[in-house]
Design a protein. Structure first.
Length: 239
């Protein structure tokens, strides 16, 4: 009995891949029909998920890179599957189907099975994709500026500061001078110039009084960076 069972298992081991390969050939039409059904499932799922993304964006969120990649792959699979169906229809029309092309049917059946599995897996993956995320807080805002006398000197100072900001070895830049010479206007201009290149610079504007409180300044920076710290005693240490 044990020998018979062992022989049966060996036979099944050999028959399974043969049966699968023959299925690609003789069940080609069935597999293509299953693929067409799965394509429609995918097409129906895409607009629903896009609507969810749009709703999230209206509430201030943004689509994740994972979500964008899912949509990209979904459209690729849709296109690839449509090509399989199209090739099957073309092959079926040859000789009005009276003389089927066996090698072609075998390949189509195999491709249809593969695409069917990929599309099913991709649809299921939609249930675990992280579709939206909170947007990063906006950095900086433009401030009004006005013309001042000595524009030539003013422009040179602006360019000098911008040049210093481009040097990695400089961590702090100080601007000093007597009252009324245009220090604040100069900083307004620097602020607005940097905002023109938001991909490189993150601009945070904080007004500091004479009796500056370091802890308050740090908290303001953290707030504008969107950082929340529950431990009030250690929040400044995190910076």
């Amino acid at each position: 009995m044990e020998i018979a069972t062992c022989v049966l298992e060996i036979v099944n081991t050999f028959l399974e891949p043969i049966t699968r390969q023959l299925g690609y050939l003789f069940k080609c039409r069935e597999k293509v029909e299953d693929l067409k059904i799965e394509i429609e499932r995918l097409k129906a799922r895409i607009p629903d998920l896009e609507a969810n993304i749009e709703a999230a964006e209206r509430s201030g969120k943004a689509a994740t890179s994972e979500a964008q990649q899912w949509f990209k792959r979904a459209r690729e699979l849709e296109h690839e599957a449509d090509e399989v169906v199209q090739r099957y229809n073309q092959n079926k029309c040859c000789f009005r189907g009276l003389c089927p092309n066996c090698p072609s049917n075998y390949k189509l059946g195999r491709h249809a099975t593969k695409k069917l599995s990929q599309i099913t897996s991709h649809i299921d993956r939609a249930d675990i994709v992280n579709w939206s995320m909170d947007r990063a807080p906006p950095f900086g805002r433009e401030v009004p500026t006005h013309s001042i006398t000595g524009q030539s000197t003013f422009g040179k100072n602006v360019n000098k500061i911008l040049e210093c900001l481009s040097k990695d070895e400089l961590g702090v830049i100080g601007i000093h001078g007597m009252g009324g010479v245009g220090k604040t206007t100069l900083m307004h201009e620097i602020n607005n110039r940097l905002l023109q290149n938001r991909e490189v610079y993150r601009v945070i504007w904080i007004t500091v009084s004479r009796d500056a409180n370091i802890s308050r300044i740090q908290k303001e920076i953290m707030k504008k960076l969107g950082i929340t710290v529950e431990d009030e005693e250690n929040d400044c240490f995190l910076l």
